[in-house]
Design a protein around this ligand. Structure first.
Ligand SMILES: C[S@@+](CC[C@H](N)C(=O)[O-])C[C@H]1O[C@@H](n2cnc3c(N)ncnc32)[C@H](O)[C@@H]1O
Length: 273
């Protein structure tokens, strides 16, 4: 496991994922009973934008730094930019929040949050970042297995799946996990992040996913450049299961702004699959 999210924190793909996550959580926490969120691949929770990794990659510079400086970004980014400003005390942009930090600050007192991270060093940092949050449980464990075991059988649940895609079987494990989670709780919602390199891989995943879960998904693609070189991350996609239909409009705004502002000849697509 060589992947370190510190190189990528605050890049265009984090902006899409985190803005969409907060839009979904806004709706899920606006009403209804307690919600359980399982973050299968949580990372370390907080990222140092002045650290060696962020400075070396320059990805945050091309992502969150540009979003925070943008004159008129779409309203759909407002929960994310507010969270980033709060984390930085309204001052210079020094830190970027990971998904567990964003989830924790969006949840209500009665909601629960299970954050899984397999790397012991990343998990230790995650536990430290979450130490003052009462309703968060961090696990140094395989997130796919935890989602299967810990999704509540009744009640409201959201499972965020955001693997590093270092292993060839990540696509298959996402499909198996989504199927198992929905078998356990047919009301569970899923938000899945995937890289867009070439269309054949993504279309193959979507076909397997649809066969397994037998329910329509909302798909949001952000292409930052045409998908001509499969060795590059040319964009990212979100696949949402059980999400409210009204999420399509903010997702479209998030993906379009990111593709057009941060991409080169970028384009965005939001559709039901
Ligand atoms: C893309 S990063 C997560 C970023 C985080 N979700 C966020 O948005 O801030 C993926 C993380 O998953 C961890 N990881 C890899 N395989 C895992 C597994 N099977 N279960 C749990 N965590 C895993 C990696 O160490 C890495 O920190």
């Amino acid at each position: 496991m060589n992947y370190r999210h510190a190189f990528h924190a605050g890049n265009f793909a984090d902006l899409v994922k985190h803005a969409a996550l907060l839009q979904l959580l806004d709706r899920l926490t606006a009403q209804g009973g307690p919600l359980t969120v399982i973050d299968t691949h949580a990372g370390r929770g907080l990222y140092d934008l002045q650290g060696a990794e962020a400075r070396k990659s320059g990805e945050a510079e091309a992502g969150i730094v540009r979003l925070m400086a943008a004159k008129d970004p779409p309203e759909a980014f407002a929960p994310l930019t507010a969270a980033v400003a709060k984390l930085n005390g309204g001052g210079d942009l020094r830190r970027y929040p990971g998904s567990p930090w964003l989830i924790a600050q969006a949840l209500r007192a009665a909601d629960r949050h299970v954050a899984c991270e397999l790397r012991p060093d990343e998990h230790a940092a995650l536990r430290q970042a979450m130490k003052d949050r009462r309703n968060v449980e961090t696990l140094c464990a395989d997130g796919y297995e935890a989602a299967e075991a810990r999704t509540p059988k009744d009640g409201r649940a959201l499972v965020l799946i955001d693997p590093p895609f270092e292993r060839a079987d990540d696509y298959a494990r996402i499909v198996e996990t989504a199927e198992a989670v929905r078998r356990r709780n047919p009301r569970a919602q899923l938000l899945i992040w995937l890289p867009l390199k070439d269309l054949a891989t993504f279309d193959g995943f979507l076909a397997d996913f649809e066969d397994a879960v037998e329910a329509p998904a909302l798909v949001a693609e952000t292409r930052i450049r045409p998908l001509t070189d499969p060795m590059k991350m040319n964009g990212c996609a979100l696949v949402l299961l059980g999400a409210p239909a009204e999420l399509a409009a903010p997702l479209e705004a998030i993906c379009r702004w990111t593709a057009e502002t941060l991409g080169e000849a970028g384009e965005a697509r939001v559709y039901q699959a």
